[in-house]
Design a protein around this ligand. Structure first.
Ligand code: ADP
Ligand code: MG
Length: 709
């Protein structure tokens, strides 16, 4: 058989992402360099460089009806033109344009070369702000000469795109290039989205969408075009997540834990309270996952105080019963020790060996701990980042639990998993993530939600008060402490001098109170009768521990602190939290702080003392006092801050969305997610011929960058 290789090469259509942008008419080597600064290197990049906004220059006004001071579009014929000097090095050039109703001047200063653009009798469109000096005029208008009646205009006389630009590139220039690119290449844009999906969601076809995003034929079409591009962006991301999820699920060599057994039975008997239905359900989910030979990859999401620890403990006992080790990694020393103590109290009676491994554990104890992890004497290992250090070797890690997982970087999270061979993994977060974010961030995880608080909990009451109440609040704190309760007083900064100019949120950087100064004041002047403690991030670890222990034991009654207590501190006896300068905290952070109280069965109070004038800050404070639901708070926070800033999203590994908006495009996200997961259900590795292109796009866009938990 003879094959004509040459033929193939000639007929092979080159892809738009392979054609350098300099092949577009109007783009020379210099322009190509300029475009590079906008990350435009190929024809595809150019076509996907969408306008930042639009100007409607489509409605022509008879010249006699333009309004002084407003922007307007007129169409007419050039009647006269001419320029002259108006002083040293200054000149004016005027074009008189008339229609049946009147005349108007287009005026340029110090641009004598403008005269080369025009000649008498030209048909022209002008757009700009109408002014009146001697005559009615538009200074330096956008203009476009109509060479052929009926020919499409791109700068005026339509809805006109306004692009993100860079130095050396004008909107006018970019519009011309874009028009050339569309004329030549739009027809070659490939449609990757299966037609059934397009039909189901009434999406524009891709060519039409791209065309209309640049040069909209009508506002409705522009909107539809935007929706199409947003859908695509979400769809590709969700497809990647769905692929990843099936890949994890299909990985071989996971551990099939045996559920039930004596140890687990005894553990259940030891649980000192009735589990909430939500906890039961989460445990059921986890048991199923752990029993399966596929590795578990589950996120346990639950507001502060919803009782995640006991669920984690259950899973840890399950793996220990099966002869494996369990690891619990948390973001701070304090939290590690607290979990260590709690688990010890709960599990030591069962003969389970628990080891603490943090960077504060040093010298001989560190060596011993490492040895126990390595030889398997340690059944459960609780620790911080120290767990994932290179020297740490597990004998047989069966389950990795990562608490407050959003505090860890993407790599750190996967390194713990890599300490074992396909262990089950349970992520936990007390930061209720709005659904839309959860879907994008954790779209490849299974989800269990603790949406119920343990019985008898009384949610803390929150108040927002001003300076005039300060003395009253101190009195109230004294009253509570005298009655045997304890109090937190929280500050955004540690120390005044050093922290000057720290980023303040919604308040002035200077001013604001600091933990160390106020600690002295409380100790000496305000609460001399009580035991006041201080804890912040700059203390030695041992000192932090001592203070936290004393607070837990009631030896410290009033704890002055920074946000270091935000994560995980569990002292049910605390009944008041005073937060000073709360305007400097984010909403979710305030909610986390508040979660440190109301952990017992008595009434508790969270008092926000703020005189803020910032509207944004007021919004946050109002949101906080109006709801106790972490999910509502998170939604609100996302609305206020926008996805970019929500908990420092980058750390989550959120892929950047170029077109879609997680706040306003929720509907598209949900639709795209459903379709993507559906598609992967039917064609698990995108091997069907009509999915080939999708597969290529995913490969190209994500390679290995698919967001991983
Ligand atoms: P978080 O979800 O914030 O990690 P914890 O697991 O620390 O919450 O639980 C908060 C407190 O509630 C702990 O003191 C814990 O012992 C207690 N707790 C957990 N579950 C229950 C329950 N079902 N009934 C009563 N108390 C519970
Ligand atoms: Mg917890």
């Amino acid at each position: 058989m003879i094959t004509y290789q040459g033929l193939n090469i000639n007929t092979k259509k080159q892809r738009l992402n392979e054609i350098p942008v300099r092949y577009v008419k109007g783009v020379g080597p210099a322009r190509a360099e300029t475009l590079k600064r906008l990350e435009i290197e190929t024809v595809e990049d150019l076509l996907y460089h969408f306008p930042r906004r639009y100007e409607d220059r489509s409605k022509f006004k008879p010249i006699s009806q333009v309004k002084i001071g407003e922007y307007g579009t007129v169409k007419g014929e050039i009647l006269t033109l001419g320029g002259h000097r108006i002083g040293k090095g200054k000149s004016i050039f005027r074009v008189k344009v008339g229609d049946e109703t009147g005349a108007i001047y287009a005026v340029w200063f110090n641009q004598p070369y403008m005269k080369n653009w025009f000649k008498s009798g030209d048909k022209i469109i002008l757009y700009g702000k109408v002014e009146i000096y001697k005559d009615v005029q538009i200074t330096a208008p956008e203009f476009e000469i109509i060479t052929e009646e009926g020919k499409e205009t791109i700068h005026t006389g339509r809805i006109v795109p306004i692009y993100p630009l860079t130095e050396g590139l004008s909107n006018r220039g970019l519009r011309s290039i874009m028009k050339n690119a569309l004329d030549k290449y739009l027809d070659e844009v490939d449609e990757a989205l299966p037609s059934e999906i397009r039909a189901r969601h009434k999406l524009l076809d891709l060519k039409q969408a791209i065309g209309n995003l640049h040069f909209p034929e009508a506002e409705a079409l522009r909107q539809a075009a935007y929706e199409r591009v947003v859908f695509d962006e979400f769809f590709i991301l969700q497809l990647a997540l769905a692929l990843r999820k099936t890949k994890i699920k299909e990985a071989d060599g996971g551990i099939a834990h045996k559920v039930g057994g004596e140890l687990l039975g005894s553990f259940k008997m030891l649980i000192p309270f009735r589990l909430t239905d939500a906890q039961r359900k989460a445990i059921e989910d986890i048991e199923k996952d752990m029993a399966s030979p596929k590795p578990m990859n589950r996120l346990l999401e639950g507001d502060v105080g919803s009782g995640k620890t006991i669920v984690a403990a259950y899973a840890l006992v399950l793996t220990v019963q099966n002869g494996y080790q369990g690891a619990l990694m948390v973001p701070t020393e304090i939290l590690a020790r607290q979990h260590f103590n709690n688990l010890n109290g709960l599990l030591r009676p069962l003969g389970i060996n628990i080891v603490l491994l943090t960077n504060a554990v040093i010298g001989e104890s560190r060596e011993e701990a490492s040895r126990m992890v390595e030889d398997g004497t340690a059944n459960i290992i609780v620790g911080t980042h120290a767990l994932i250090q290179e020297g740490v070797k597990f004998k047989n890690l069966g389950l990795a639990v990562i608490d407050e997982q959003h505090k860890f970087g993407v790599d750190q999270r996967s390194s713990l998993k890599e300490k074992g061979s396909n262990p089950d993994v349970l992520f936990m977060t007390a930061t209720p993530i709005p659904r839309t974010l959860a879907m994008t961030l954790y779209g490849d995880l299974d989800l269990s939600v603790l949406d119920q608080m343990p019985e008898g909990r009384i949610p803390p009451k929150a108040y927002w008060v001003g300076e005039e109440r300060r003395q009253g609040i101190y009195k109230f704190i004294a009253q509570e402490v005298s009655a045997g309760r304890q109090a937190f007083i929280v500050y955004p900064i540690i120390e005044k001098k050093k922290d000057k100019g720290l980023p303040a949120r919604g308040g002035s950087a200077s001013g604001g109170k600091a933990a160390t100064d106020m600690y002295e004041k409380f100790k000496r002047e305000i609460f001399p009768k009580f035991k006041v403690g201080l804890v912040h991030g700059r203390l030695e670890d041992s000192e932090k521990e001592r203070v936290m222990d004393d607070f837990k034991d009631g030896k410290v009654q009033i704890l002055v602190s920074t946000t270091i207590i935000e994560v995980g501190i569990d002292n049910p006896n605390v009944s008041v939290m005073l937060i000073e300068n709360p305007e400097r905290f984010g909403l979710s952070q305030l909610h986390q702080l508040r979660g440190r109280i109301g952990r017992g069965n008595q009434r508790s109070y969270c008092i926000l003392l703020s005189e803020t004038e910032s509207e944004q800050a007021k919004k946050r404070l109002k949101a906080l006092i109006s709801t106790t639901s972490g999910f509502n708070i998170a939604e609100e926070d996302l609305q206020i801050r926008g996805p970019g800033e929500f908990f420092g999203i980058r750390q989550h590994g959120l892929p950047e969305l170029r077109y879609a908006n997680l706040v306003s495009d929720v509907r598209q996200l949900e639709a795209a997610r459903k379709e993507a997961f559906n598609l992967i259900n039917c064609d698990g590795d995108l091997s069907l011929p009509n999915h080939k292109q999708l597969k290529e796009i995913i490969k190209r866009k994500f390679s290995e960058k698919i967001p991983s938990p």
